[in-house]
Ligand binder design. Structure first.
Ligand SMILES: [Zn+2]
Length: 640
């Protein structure tokens, strides 16, 4: 759930890469009431046709023409001749923005379903080559807005309906312009970043992907890439040895990575200084349309309430038979109880049925939407070879439809992925009649609907579990997520925050970065792991710290996780008006800042602890259930 990445300025797919499954099975021939392949042909001409080529070429021309037109923009004020030209420009901008999303979504879908097909890769590259045109339009518009006075800008927005309905978008662009350097400097900085800032990111990619780890498998030493080394073995010695092998491999590139991370942060701090930003969190906060106050309240409420997770970690240690957990024990499976069999075989039809039913209980609108998408072939789920890994949901703004890509493998995980992606699709569905610029939302709000959908399904599965032990395992998975969001990601935040503070007075060595990381982990995990169980070199291994296009990549996930849990808690308490409130919240994500969206729909102020306490009460409740079930299981094992 953690590793998705939204391409910058691209209104496209929500990628969910941890639900990666390798498709190996052959296609199933059982007749199904829920089709397992999607329909793309009704959305647009098939890419191999002349019709498609003509449409694509026409679109590229229109985009180029608009980009050229933004070289000389009219002044931003309420003079009728200027307003008339702006109305034309904004209308055209809306059109190419929607079309651009349509084309990217279409090609991504074809490419995902036929991963080996080179023609689709070429089309993806052709579309990627239109990015400079789209960036030029965005930048020129922002500079034009920045140069206008407050009064002129207000009068301008009020002067025409198309401007008025896009007010939030236009105002946000104007605010974003304040984060830009003067135009000539910005252009120079972007050019230099190719070999500077982004060069450091590429260096990390190169050294980390070339890394090989020697691990023992079935008595033999083999070389693996870091991503292949797992910590989910039931045997602790295997987990420990894997961790140690991996850790020493990361150690060999620590000095190089220290250079990279120092220069990435250094470049950012220098840019902020020239722009006039004092706080290194201002840019990431603005990208997520939220305030510092909200972020601080979120973390402090987490800090004072997450001790319940220690009870979970302690109990988990008992269940897997260790005194205290080490870093590498976090993903250890619970031991199998004798006599309890693991039945994790859910057919696609059963999964679809369960999802529709679970959604119905919370919101009939969501349930009906899921039924519609699943029956009208919005989903590509077939388990066959030749498909891309992972899952995503992508929107077609012009057709007002979405498509979901995944490989369904008859497992509970797969079923959750399907629910998750349907949540994303519902989010787009709710926003479908909004102006296209108001259908976009930032990272922290992107996972609200999807995580909410997963939580709704999870709750139903808990209730319907066939045994206490199955329930215990489900809760273990849910609380593992809670540890990831509230402890692991908190540690990343504390580390990055302190690192940026210290980096202002100079570079930090690999040893200093190790110290910072261990300190952050001890604080974020409330000291819950064993004394030698920390992971000081985590900063070397985590790609997120080296993503040069997005600073502070991690906290939006914790925000999104708690937002969806809070909404879920409110839904459990409220009566029949919840579905409408929920719909309104999703609608607001496209046209309001995070605080306003929640305040105006759910009635909570994110700058105060109340909302976050609601979210955390769901976690506390799950811990309570886990502890009770674990105690019973431990008693049972002793009695055997
Ligand atoms: Zn997602």
């Amino acid at each position: 759930m953690l590793e998705w990445m939204l391409p910058i300025g691209q209104k496209t797919a929500s990628m969910d890469l941890t639900s990666m499954t390798t498709s190996t099975g052959s296609s199933t021939t059982t007749p199904s009431s829920f089709p397992q392949t999607w329909d793309l042909a009704s959305l647009a001409p098939v890419p191999s046709t002349t019709e498609f080529r003509v449409e694509l070429d026409q679109f590229k021309l229109r985009l180029r023409k608009l980009a050229d037109a933004t070289n000389e923009l009219p002044p931003v004020n309420s003079r009728p001749e200027n307003v008339a030209r702006w109305v034309q420009l904004v209308t055209e901008y809306e059109f190419v923005d929607a079309k651009s999303a349509d084309f990217r979504a279409l090609i991504d879908c074809y490419a995902a379903a036929d991963a080996e097909n080179k023609a689709f890769r070429q089309l993806q590259a052709e579309l990627a080559a239109t990015t400079p045109d789209r960036e030029q339009i965005a930048a020129s518009v922002e500079y034009a807005f920045r140069d206008a006075s407050d009064n002129d800008f207000q009068a301008f927005v009020a002067a025409a309906p198309v401007l008025k309905k896009n007010q939030y978008f236009l105002t946000t662009r104007r605010k974003n312009a304040a984060l830009r350097l003067p135009k000539s400097q910005e252009l120079l900085a972007a050019d230099l970043a190719v070999d500077g800032l982004h060069g450091w990111g590429r260096l990390f990619d190169r050294v980390s992907s070339a890394l090989k780890v020697q691990v023992q498998e079935k008595g033999k030493f083999v070389l693996r890439s870091p991503g292949q080394v797992q910590f989910d073995s039931p045997q602790r010695t295997v987990r420990e040895n894997n961790f140690l092998a991996l850790d020493s491999a990361w150690g060999t590139i620590a000095d190089t990575c220290a250079d990279a991370i120092n220069h990435i942060a250094g470049t950012r701090l220098t840019t902020y200084k020239h722009v006039g930003l004092k706080d290194h969190l201002e840019a990431p906060l603005r990208a997520n349309r939220m305030t510092r106050e909200t972020l601080d309240t979120m973390w402090s409420t987490i800090s004072t309430n997450k001790h319940v997770l220690n009870e979970y970690l302690t109990k988990k240690a008992m269940l897997i038979g260790v005194d205290r957990l080490a870093w590498y024990d976090q993903w250890a499976p619970l031991p199998q109880l004798p006599g309890v069999e693991n039945s994790d075989d859910i057919s696609y039809d059963q999964a679809c049925q369960s999802i529709v039913e679970a959604f119905q209980t919370f919101s009939p609108d969501l349930g009906e939407f899921a039924r519609m998408s699943l029956t009208q072939r919005w989903v590509e789920a077939e388990n066959r070879s030749g498909k891309q890994q992972g899952g995503f949901c992508t929107g077609f703004p012009t057709a007002q439809q979405s498509r979901i890509f995944m490989t369904y493998t008859n497992s509970a995980d797969s079923m959750s992925t399907l629910a998750h992606e349907l949540g994303h699709a519902y989010h787009s569905w709710v926003l479908r009649n909004e102006p296209v610029f108001l259908q976009d939302y930032p990272m922290n709000l992107a996972e609200t609907a999807s995580t909410f959908a997963e939580a709704v399904l999870g709750e139903q599965r808990l209730q319907r579990a066939k045994s206490d032990y199955e329930r215990l395992q489900m809760l273990d998975g849910m609380l593992g997520d809670a540890v990831a969001f509230l402890m692991n990601i908190h540690a990343r935040f504390l580390f990055e925050d302190e690192f940026h503070r210290q980096r202002r007075s100079g570079e930090l060595s690999a040893a200093q970065l190790n110290q910072l990381m261990e300190k952050a982990q001890r604080e974020a995990y409330l000291g819950a792991l064993s004394d030698d169980g920390w992971n000081p070199q985590f900063w070397v291994s985590k790609l997120h710290f080296y993503i040069t296009s997005v600073p502070f990549y991690n906290f939006p996930y914790t925000f999104g996780y708690l937002l969806s849990l809070g909404v879920y808690a409110i839904g459990k308490e409220s009566g029949g008006d919840f579905p409408e409130k929920y719909r309104q919240l999703l609608l607001a994500t496209g046209s309001q800042d995070a605080e306003d969206a929640v305040q105006s729909t759910m009635g909570f102020d994110l700058r105060k602890p109340d909302f976050w306490l609601k979210s955390l009460s769901i976690v506390a409740d799950r811990v309570k259930q886990f502890v009770e079930l674990a105690d019973r299981a431990i008693k049972k094992t002793k009695a055997l």
